[in-house]
Design a protein around this ligand. Sequence first.
Ligand SMILES: C[S@@+](CC[C@H](N)C(=O)[O-])C[C@H]1O[C@@H](n2cnc3c(N)ncnc32)[C@H](O)[C@@H]1O
Length: 264
Amino acid sequence: MADWIPDGIDLSRPSAARVYDYFLGGGHNFEVDRVFAERALAAHPFGRELAVINRTFVRRAVQFMLERGIRQFLDLGSGIPTVGNVHEIAGEGTRVVYVDCDDVAVAHTRLMLRDSDRATIVHADAARPDDVLGAPETRRMLDFGQPVGVLAATVFHYVSERQDPFGAAARYREAIMRGSYLAVSHLSSDGLPVRVGQMAELMKESQNNVHPRTRVEIARLFGDFEMVAPGLTGVAHWESERPTDAGRHEDVGLLLQAGIGRKP
Ligand SMILES: C[S@@+](CC[C@H](N)C(=O)[O-])C[C@H]1O[C@@H](n2cnc3c(N)ncnc32)[C@H](O)[C@@H]1O
């Protein structure tokens, strides 16, 4: 068996990490994920585009933070590495802790990082911040006496109310010092509520239920952080590198609200 395939993984249901990998053209997914992904694309043809736009947001968020002197990153729900992983974007002189709960994402990230001394992965539930922040890898890699860039791109919508995403986000905000940043993208029920409802319904067949939230709820994840322009907005608005496409992406982009906040 290939070394990125961990023993005992659940192949009976697709996983969000593996479906997302398929959307992005990665090769770390299985038949069950591909069949599901194709069904999702038949119902929502823009799914792949949305994944790509979201990756653009992640890249821009990292670049934005780098330009403001951030040298350490905590990437919650980091996914299966494809292209443009955070430690590659961030480059030399930076440190990155990836966090994911998906076995394939963790195994493949470990493999990718086996020779790296400036990036690591924690196998944990991002909704349990004490597990993440207290993990030996996190403590070894990140200095919380210096600003940290926390990335939570399309992860908190996998966290139910019962698991308390707002409490978890507050704990991460509290752990990082003044001048640190938090970037979030999150499935939103405001823009295209019927579409997003159908997507959430479909995801019930996977290992990861989704919990779309209103823009007001998503804004709560930032607490009292100062929002960076253009604020919490449709993810396509972060895509100014491809301005010619912006109109086409506008609608689709509303499915994800995305923003960056700075700890005052
Ligand atoms: C759609 S992918 C996003 C990957 C990357 N953050 C990005 O935006 O490109 C979502 C990832 O979040 C992970 N995930 C979902 N719920 C999680 C949780 N409670 N804790 C940690 N990871 C989680 C999934 O396994 C998956 O890899």
